[in-house]
Design a protein around this ligand. Sequence first.
Ligand code: HEM
Length: 129
Amino acid sequence: MGKIVKKQRPVNLDLQTIHFPVSAIASILHRVSGVITFVAVGILLWLLGMSLSSQEGFQQAADIMTGFFAKFIVWGILTALAYHICGGIRHMLMDFGYLEENLAVGSLSAKAAIGIAIILSILAGVLVW
Ligand code: HEM
């Protein structure tokens, strides 16, 4: 309240020079993948319900899953889940004290989580297609 703020504060409008550290990217991805996984629960339960409703319902669900768009969505869901689990395990290892909480370990574990998720994503693609 009524604080005097210095008017000539340093300003950097060159957005090209601003880079997120890898741990920040890992953190944003963890939130985004958590939200995608949440929405995915609804989609997958809907598909499961349809497939269990009757023989025709099962056929309808199987037909839906032959389309490229549906496969792409399922691959996206599996990729988000894979990353969310990798990021979640990283979080829990830090929370339980198995990983040191410093910049070097934070960056390395973030890169490891992203790297493992990329490999799992490729495997998910092989599984879906
Ligand atoms: C249906 C499955 C899941 C859904 C819908 C889900 C969703 C979410 C969401 C929305 C968040 C909040 C993210 C944020 O606000 O930054 C979150 C956080 C978290 N999730 Fe999940 N999650 C699921 C499964 C899992 C699994 C299997 C793990 C275990 C590896 C896990 C580990 C975590 C952890 C550790 C956090 C807290 C991260 C933090 O402290 O910032 N989640 N989850």
